[in-house]
Design a protein around this ligand. Structure first.
Ligand code: GRF
Length: 197
């Protein structure tokens, strides 16, 4: 049986798409059981629909309490019985009960070479702006295990890119994103078919 993944994404979902495409091309043997997002206008929803993947919008504000949200989110994820949970540009903090229920089974992709430029406030273009401001000559992306603290879990894989003096946050983001689209499916493959096979 194919291992099952659940993807959580808040944005355009290009990393989510890289996982869909890798499955389609046969380089990743897996089944995406569901996409969960906290944004009703996330581009990832259209990508899920186009690929026939059930998409679900779950926002803490739709529930009577954070506890109710946490319970509902956990139930949805458990209903898919995932082997791995993938955060692909998911901007909300994952509730502690979800993290506790899936130890070492939740990964996140981050657009910097962690531990540099990680943690609160370092997301999207904030990361690339800071890298350029510090005149770094190398940046990259990281896939890591999700722990209770933002961007602090054990690092699984990284890829580097050069940073040019002429770079803007946009040009650097594009270069890093190209690497993310390779690193994420490859790391999922390693976890599902090498580490926990
Ligand atoms: C990526 O840069 C990822 O590293 C970060 O959020 C961004 C999501 O981009 N966590 P996309 O929605 O996958 O295009």
């Amino acid at each position: 049986m194919k291992p099952t993944i659940v993807v959580l994404a808040s944005g355009s979902g290009s990393n989510f798409q890289s996982v869909i495409d890798s499955i389609r091309h046969g380089t990743l043997n897996a089944h995406i059981g569901a996409l969960i997002t906290n944004k009703s206008d996330a581009g990832a929803i259209q990508r899920a629909k186009a690929a026939g993947i059930p998409a679900l919008v779950m926002r803490p504000s739709d529930f009577s309490s954070y506890d109710a949200y946490e319970t509902a989110l956990l139930e949805e994820i458990q209903s898919v019985q995932p082997d791995l949970i993938v955060l692909a540009g998911y901007l909300l903090k994952l509730p502690g009960r979800v993290i506790a229920k899936f130890p070492l089974r939740i990964i996140n992709i981050h657009p910097s070479l962690l531990p540099d430029y990680g943690g609160k406030g370092f997301y999207g273009h904030h990361v690339h702006r800071a890298v350029i401001a510090d005149r770094r000559t190398v940046s990259g992306c990281t896939v890591h295990i999700v722990s209770e603290e933002f961007d602090e879990g054990p690092i699984l894989s990284q890829r580097t890119v050069p940073v040019f003096p002429t770079d803007s946050p946009e040009t650097l983001a594009k270069r890093v994103l190209e690497q993310e689209h390779q690193l994420l499916p490859q790391t999922i493959h390693l976890i599902l078919h090498v580490f926990i096979a």
